[in-house]
Design a protein around this ligand. Structure first.
Ligand code: NAD
Length: 313
Protein backbone atom coordinates (compact mmCIF):
# COMPACT_ATOMS: atom_id res chain seq x y z
CA UNK A 1 0.00 0.00 0.00
CA UNK A 2 1.36 3.45 -0.98
CA UNK A 3 1.33 5.75 2.05
CA UNK A 4 1.69 9.49 1.44
CA UNK A 5 2.46 12.03 4.16
CA UNK A 6 1.20 15.50 3.20
CA UNK A 7 2.47 18.43 5.25
CA UNK A 8 0.11 21.40 4.86
CA UNK A 9 -2.55 18.96 3.63
CA UNK A 10 -5.37 21.03 5.15
CA UNK A 11 -4.40 24.06 3.09
CA UNK A 12 -5.61 25.31 -0.29
CA UNK A 13 -3.25 23.35 -2.58
CA UNK A 14 -2.59 20.55 -0.06
CA UNK A 15 -6.26 19.62 0.32
CA UNK A 16 -6.71 19.35 -3.48
CA UNK A 17 -3.58 17.21 -3.62
CA UNK A 18 -5.00 14.96 -0.89
CA UNK A 19 -8.22 14.47 -2.91
CA UNK A 20 -6.17 13.45 -5.99
CA UNK A 21 -3.85 11.12 -4.07
CA UNK A 22 -6.81 9.34 -2.51
CA UNK A 23 -8.40 8.93 -5.97
CA UNK A 24 -5.12 7.38 -7.11
CA UNK A 25 -5.34 4.80 -4.32
CA UNK A 26 -2.94 6.26 -1.75
CA UNK A 27 -3.44 6.09 1.98
CA UNK A 28 -2.88 9.66 3.14
CA UNK A 29 -1.73 11.24 6.39
CA UNK A 30 -2.23 15.00 6.67
CA UNK A 31 0.13 16.80 9.04
CA UNK A 32 -0.99 20.39 9.59
CA UNK A 33 -0.97 22.98 12.37
CA UNK A 34 -4.04 24.75 10.95
CA UNK A 35 -2.32 28.14 10.97
CA UNK A 36 -3.94 28.82 7.58
CA UNK A 37 -5.42 25.40 6.77
CA UNK A 38 -9.10 24.63 7.32
CA UNK A 39 -10.79 21.49 8.60
CA UNK A 40 -13.65 21.93 6.12
CA UNK A 41 -11.20 21.36 3.23
CA UNK A 42 -10.53 17.79 4.39
CA UNK A 43 -13.65 16.99 6.42
CA UNK A 44 -15.01 14.67 3.70
CA UNK A 45 -12.13 12.25 4.43
CA UNK A 46 -12.32 12.30 8.24
CA UNK A 47 -13.10 8.89 9.76
CA UNK A 48 -12.21 6.98 6.56
CA UNK A 49 -9.74 4.09 6.89
CA UNK A 50 -7.47 5.47 4.15
CA UNK A 51 -7.07 8.84 5.90
CA UNK A 52 -5.36 10.12 9.03
CA UNK A 53 -5.14 13.67 10.37
CA UNK A 54 -2.39 14.84 12.70
CA UNK A 55 -2.83 18.33 14.05
CA UNK A 56 0.66 19.44 14.91
CA UNK A 57 3.43 21.85 13.97
CA UNK A 58 6.47 20.78 11.95
CA UNK A 59 8.56 22.41 14.66
CA UNK A 60 7.30 19.69 17.00
CA UNK A 61 10.04 17.26 15.99
CA UNK A 62 9.13 14.32 18.26
CA UNK A 63 5.52 14.14 17.02
CA UNK A 64 6.75 14.57 13.46
CA UNK A 65 9.24 11.71 13.69
CA UNK A 66 6.69 9.37 15.23
CA UNK A 67 3.95 10.32 12.76
CA UNK A 68 6.11 9.74 9.70
CA UNK A 69 6.81 6.09 10.52
CA UNK A 70 5.84 3.62 7.75
CA UNK A 71 5.19 6.16 4.99
CA UNK A 72 6.74 5.87 1.50
CA UNK A 73 6.63 9.46 0.33
CA UNK A 74 6.39 13.01 1.67
CA UNK A 75 4.62 15.88 -0.09
CA UNK A 76 5.98 18.92 1.74
CA UNK A 77 3.60 21.85 1.27
CA UNK A 78 3.41 23.32 4.77
CA UNK A 79 4.69 26.90 4.91
CA UNK A 80 3.49 30.40 5.44
CA UNK A 81 1.81 31.12 2.10
CA UNK A 82 1.81 34.92 2.16
CA UNK A 83 4.78 36.67 0.51
CA UNK A 84 3.78 40.00 2.07
CA UNK A 85 4.03 38.78 5.67
CA UNK A 86 7.86 38.82 5.55
CA UNK A 87 7.76 42.58 6.04
CA UNK A 88 6.01 42.35 9.40
CA UNK A 89 7.21 38.94 10.55
CA UNK A 90 10.64 38.07 9.12
CA UNK A 91 11.00 35.29 11.71
CA UNK A 92 8.47 33.19 9.75
CA UNK A 93 11.15 32.53 7.12
CA UNK A 94 13.36 31.02 9.80
CA UNK A 95 10.46 28.87 11.00
CA UNK A 96 9.71 27.60 7.48
CA UNK A 97 13.36 26.72 6.85
CA UNK A 98 13.51 24.84 10.16
CA UNK A 99 10.26 23.06 9.24
CA UNK A 100 11.89 21.83 6.01
CA UNK A 101 14.98 20.72 7.90
CA UNK A 102 12.80 18.86 10.42
CA UNK A 103 10.82 16.94 7.81
CA UNK A 104 14.04 15.92 6.01
CA UNK A 105 15.63 14.79 9.26
CA UNK A 106 12.49 12.86 10.20
CA UNK A 107 12.63 11.21 6.73
CA UNK A 108 16.26 10.23 7.27
CA UNK A 109 15.46 8.67 10.65
CA UNK A 110 12.41 6.79 9.28
CA UNK A 111 14.03 5.64 5.99
CA UNK A 112 11.54 7.58 3.86
CA UNK A 113 13.41 8.40 0.66
CA UNK A 114 11.05 10.39 -1.61
CA UNK A 115 10.03 14.03 -1.23
CA UNK A 116 7.94 16.34 -3.43
CA UNK A 117 8.30 20.04 -2.59
CA UNK A 118 6.18 23.09 -3.39
CA UNK A 119 8.66 25.83 -4.26
CA UNK A 120 7.89 29.11 -5.94
CA UNK A 121 8.78 31.52 -8.73
CA UNK A 122 9.89 33.95 -6.00
CA UNK A 123 13.25 32.16 -5.74
CA UNK A 124 14.29 33.85 -9.02
CA UNK A 125 14.12 37.36 -7.49
CA UNK A 126 14.28 40.46 -9.66
CA UNK A 127 15.06 39.19 -13.14
CA UNK A 128 15.21 40.40 -16.75
CA UNK A 129 11.86 40.26 -18.62
CA UNK A 130 12.45 36.84 -20.21
CA UNK A 131 10.77 33.49 -19.62
CA UNK A 132 12.92 32.05 -16.84
CA UNK A 133 14.19 28.49 -17.24
CA UNK A 134 14.97 26.23 -14.27
CA UNK A 135 18.75 26.72 -14.76
CA UNK A 136 18.58 30.54 -14.56
CA UNK A 137 21.00 32.11 -12.10
CA UNK A 138 22.17 33.65 -9.88
CA UNK A 139 19.16 33.03 -7.67
CA UNK A 140 18.78 36.08 -5.46
CA UNK A 141 15.25 36.31 -4.01
CA UNK A 142 14.02 39.73 -2.89
CA UNK A 143 11.40 38.47 -0.39
CA UNK A 144 11.92 36.49 2.81
CA UNK A 145 9.33 34.07 1.47
CA UNK A 146 11.49 33.48 -1.63
CA UNK A 147 14.58 33.15 0.56
CA UNK A 148 12.91 30.47 2.69
CA UNK A 149 11.91 28.54 -0.45
CA UNK A 150 15.42 28.74 -1.91
CA UNK A 151 16.96 27.66 1.41
CA UNK A 152 14.51 24.74 1.48
CA UNK A 153 15.47 23.74 -2.06
CA UNK A 154 19.11 23.74 -0.92
CA UNK A 155 18.36 21.58 2.12
CA UNK A 156 16.30 19.13 0.07
CA UNK A 157 18.99 18.84 -2.61
CA UNK A 158 21.76 18.30 -0.08
CA UNK A 159 19.77 15.75 1.98
CA UNK A 160 19.03 13.92 -1.28
CA UNK A 161 22.70 13.64 -2.14
CA UNK A 162 23.89 12.88 1.36
CA UNK A 163 21.22 10.36 2.37
CA UNK A 164 20.21 8.86 -1.02
CA UNK A 165 16.78 10.41 -1.29
CA UNK A 166 14.84 11.19 -4.46
CA UNK A 167 13.40 14.66 -4.90
CA UNK A 168 10.83 16.47 -7.02
CA UNK A 169 10.86 20.27 -6.69
CA UNK A 170 8.09 22.27 -8.36
CA UNK A 171 8.39 26.03 -8.64
CA UNK A 172 4.75 27.12 -8.84
CA UNK A 173 3.40 30.22 -10.52
CA UNK A 174 0.56 31.94 -8.59
CA UNK A 175 -1.96 29.19 -7.94
CA UNK A 176 -5.64 30.16 -7.96
CA UNK A 177 -9.03 28.47 -7.63
CA UNK A 178 -11.55 26.89 -5.29
CA UNK A 179 -10.55 26.88 -1.57
CA UNK A 180 -8.10 29.75 -2.19
CA UNK A 181 -7.63 31.77 1.00
CA UNK A 182 -5.12 34.45 0.00
CA UNK A 183 -3.68 36.36 -2.94
CA UNK A 184 -4.88 39.13 -5.22
CA UNK A 185 -8.26 37.66 -6.23
CA UNK A 186 -9.31 36.92 -2.64
CA UNK A 187 -8.05 40.36 -1.60
CA UNK A 188 -10.06 42.24 -4.24
CA UNK A 189 -13.25 40.25 -3.65
CA UNK A 190 -13.03 40.93 0.10
CA UNK A 191 -12.44 44.64 -0.48
CA UNK A 192 -15.27 44.97 -3.01
CA UNK A 193 -17.70 43.17 -0.71
CA UNK A 194 -16.91 45.80 1.94
CA UNK A 195 -17.01 48.77 -0.44
CA UNK A 196 -18.43 48.30 -3.93
CA UNK A 197 -17.68 51.88 -5.04
CA UNK A 198 -13.92 51.96 -4.70
CA UNK A 199 -11.11 49.40 -4.93
CA UNK A 200 -7.65 49.96 -3.51
CA UNK A 201 -5.00 48.37 -5.76
CA UNK A 202 -1.50 47.93 -4.37
CA UNK A 203 1.19 49.41 -6.65
CA UNK A 204 0.41 50.77 -10.13
CA UNK A 205 -1.71 47.78 -11.21
CA UNK A 206 0.73 46.92 -13.98
CA UNK A 207 2.21 43.92 -12.15
CA UNK A 208 2.01 40.99 -14.54
CA UNK A 209 2.37 37.33 -13.58
CA UNK A 210 1.22 33.89 -14.67
CA UNK A 211 -1.75 32.44 -12.74
CA UNK A 212 -2.08 28.67 -12.68
CA UNK A 213 -5.45 27.02 -12.11
CA UNK A 214 -5.52 24.66 -9.12
CA UNK A 215 -6.42 21.50 -11.10
CA UNK A 216 -3.51 22.22 -13.48
CA UNK A 217 -1.18 22.69 -10.51
CA UNK A 218 -2.09 19.31 -8.99
CA UNK A 219 -2.12 17.44 -12.32
CA UNK A 220 1.21 18.97 -13.39
CA UNK A 221 2.82 18.14 -10.07
CA UNK A 222 1.62 14.52 -10.07
CA UNK A 223 2.55 14.12 -13.75
CA UNK A 224 6.10 15.33 -13.09
CA UNK A 225 6.34 13.12 -10.03
CA UNK A 226 5.20 10.01 -11.90
CA UNK A 227 7.18 10.56 -15.12
CA UNK A 228 10.49 12.09 -14.04
CA UNK A 229 12.89 9.71 -12.40
CA UNK A 230 16.21 11.47 -11.82
CA UNK A 231 17.55 11.80 -8.31
CA UNK A 232 16.69 15.51 -8.30
CA UNK A 233 13.82 16.56 -10.56
CA UNK A 234 13.26 20.29 -10.86
CA UNK A 235 10.36 21.91 -12.73
CA UNK A 236 8.76 25.30 -13.24
CA UNK A 237 5.00 24.78 -13.09
CA UNK A 238 3.14 27.44 -15.02
CA UNK A 239 0.85 28.09 -17.93
CA UNK A 240 0.46 30.16 -21.11
CA UNK A 241 0.51 33.94 -20.69
CA UNK A 242 0.42 36.38 -17.81
CA UNK A 243 -2.34 38.57 -16.40
CA UNK A 244 -2.08 42.20 -15.28
CA UNK A 245 -3.39 43.19 -11.86
CA UNK A 246 -5.72 45.91 -13.23
CA UNK A 247 -7.11 43.31 -15.64
CA UNK A 248 -7.87 41.03 -12.67
CA UNK A 249 -9.66 43.90 -10.93
CA UNK A 250 -11.75 44.54 -14.07
CA UNK A 251 -12.68 40.87 -14.38
CA UNK A 252 -13.81 40.75 -10.74
CA UNK A 253 -15.90 43.91 -11.12
CA UNK A 254 -17.50 42.35 -14.21
CA UNK A 255 -18.21 39.00 -12.52
CA UNK A 256 -19.67 40.79 -9.47
CA UNK A 257 -21.78 42.86 -11.88
CA UNK A 258 -20.69 46.12 -10.25
CA UNK A 259 -20.81 49.48 -12.01
CA UNK A 260 -18.66 52.62 -11.75
CA UNK A 261 -16.06 51.21 -9.37
CA UNK A 262 -13.20 53.64 -8.89
CA UNK A 263 -9.73 52.08 -8.86
CA UNK A 264 -7.39 53.77 -6.39
CA UNK A 265 -3.71 52.86 -6.88
CA UNK A 266 -1.30 53.10 -3.95
CA UNK A 267 1.46 53.78 -6.52
CA UNK A 268 4.96 52.48 -7.27
CA UNK A 269 5.69 49.52 -9.48
CA UNK A 270 5.58 46.95 -6.66
CA UNK A 271 2.55 45.97 -4.59
CA UNK A 272 4.76 45.72 -1.49
CA UNK A 273 8.43 45.32 -0.56
CA UNK A 274 9.51 41.94 -1.92
CA UNK A 275 6.92 41.91 -4.71
CA UNK A 276 8.42 41.04 -8.09
CA UNK A 277 6.28 43.20 -10.42
CA UNK A 278 6.65 41.15 -13.58
CA UNK A 279 7.85 37.67 -14.33
CA UNK A 280 7.46 34.94 -16.89
CA UNK A 281 8.19 31.25 -16.60
CA UNK A 282 9.80 28.99 -19.15
CA UNK A 283 7.81 25.76 -18.83
CA UNK A 284 9.48 23.91 -21.73
CA UNK A 285 10.93 21.26 -19.43
CA UNK A 286 7.58 19.96 -18.11
CA UNK A 287 5.99 20.47 -21.57
CA UNK A 288 8.68 18.27 -23.12
CA UNK A 289 7.97 15.57 -20.54
CA UNK A 290 4.41 15.53 -21.92
CA UNK A 291 2.35 17.88 -19.74
CA UNK A 292 0.79 21.28 -20.53
CA UNK A 293 -1.56 23.39 -18.40
CA UNK A 294 -5.13 23.21 -19.68
CA UNK A 295 -5.95 26.84 -18.78
CA UNK A 296 -4.12 30.01 -19.84
CA UNK A 297 -3.38 32.58 -17.16
CA UNK A 298 -6.41 34.75 -18.13
CA UNK A 299 -8.72 31.69 -18.18
CA UNK A 300 -7.37 30.52 -14.81
CA UNK A 301 -8.07 33.94 -13.27
CA UNK A 302 -11.61 34.07 -14.71
CA UNK A 303 -12.37 30.54 -13.49
CA UNK A 304 -10.93 31.22 -10.03
CA UNK A 305 -13.01 34.40 -9.69
CA UNK A 306 -16.17 32.41 -10.40
CA UNK A 307 -15.09 29.75 -7.85
CA UNK A 308 -14.20 32.26 -5.17
CA UNK A 309 -17.35 34.34 -5.54
CA UNK A 310 -19.18 31.28 -4.15
CA UNK A 311 -17.11 31.53 -0.95
CA UNK A 312 -17.82 33.63 2.11
CA UNK A 313 -14.34 34.33 3.42
P1 NAD B 1 -2.02 27.36 2.53
O1 NAD B 1 -1.73 28.36 3.58
O2 NAD B 1 -3.45 27.14 2.18
O3 NAD B 1 -1.34 25.97 2.92
C1 NAD B 1 -0.26 25.84 3.80
C2 NAD B 1 -0.65 24.84 4.88
O4 NAD B 1 0.46 24.57 5.72
C3 NAD B 1 -1.78 25.34 5.77
O5 NAD B 1 -2.76 24.33 5.90
C4 NAD B 1 -1.09 25.61 7.11
O6 NAD B 1 -1.97 25.45 8.20
C5 NAD B 1 0.04 24.61 7.08
N1 NAD B 1 1.25 24.96 7.85
C6 NAD B 1 1.96 26.13 7.76
N2 NAD B 1 3.02 26.08 8.59
C7 NAD B 1 2.99 24.87 9.21
C8 NAD B 1 3.81 24.24 10.18
N3 NAD B 1 4.90 24.85 10.69
N4 NAD B 1 3.48 22.99 10.62
C9 NAD B 1 2.38 22.37 10.12
N5 NAD B 1 1.56 22.92 9.19
C10 NAD B 1 1.86 24.16 8.75
O7 NAD B 1 -1.20 27.79 1.23
P2 NAD B 1 -1.18 27.18 -0.24
O8 NAD B 1 -1.44 28.29 -1.15
O9 NAD B 1 -2.01 25.96 -0.31
O10 NAD B 1 0.35 26.80 -0.37
C11 NAD B 1 0.84 25.49 -0.23
C12 NAD B 1 2.32 25.49 -0.51
O11 NAD B 1 2.55 25.91 -1.86
C13 NAD B 1 3.10 26.47 0.37
O12 NAD B 1 4.35 25.90 0.67
C14 NAD B 1 3.28 27.67 -0.51
O13 NAD B 1 4.41 28.42 -0.17
C15 NAD B 1 3.46 26.99 -1.88
N6 NAD B 1 3.16 27.89 -3.00
C16 NAD B 1 1.91 28.40 -3.13
C17 NAD B 1 1.63 29.25 -4.20
C18 NAD B 1 0.25 29.85 -4.39
O14 NAD B 1 0.08 30.64 -5.31
N7 NAD B 1 -0.74 29.50 -3.59
C19 NAD B 1 2.64 29.58 -5.12
C20 NAD B 1 3.91 29.04 -4.94
C21 NAD B 1 4.16 28.17 -3.89
Amino acid sequence: MKKAFVTGGAGFIGSHLVDHLIKKGYNVTVYDNFSSGKKEFISHHLGKNYFKLIKSDLLNQKTLEQSLKDHNIVFHLAANPDVRIGMQKPEIAQKDITATYNILDAMRKNDVDKIVFSSSSTIYGETPPIPLPENYGPLLPISLYGAAKLASEGLISSFSHTFDMQTWIFRFANVVGKRGTHGVIVDFIKKLRKNSHELEILGDGKQKKPYLYISDCIEGMLFGFEKANDQINLFNLGCRGTTEVTQIAKMIVEEMRLKNVKFRYTGGKRGWKGDVPQFQFDVTRINKLGWKAKYSSDDAVRKAIKDLLQTSF
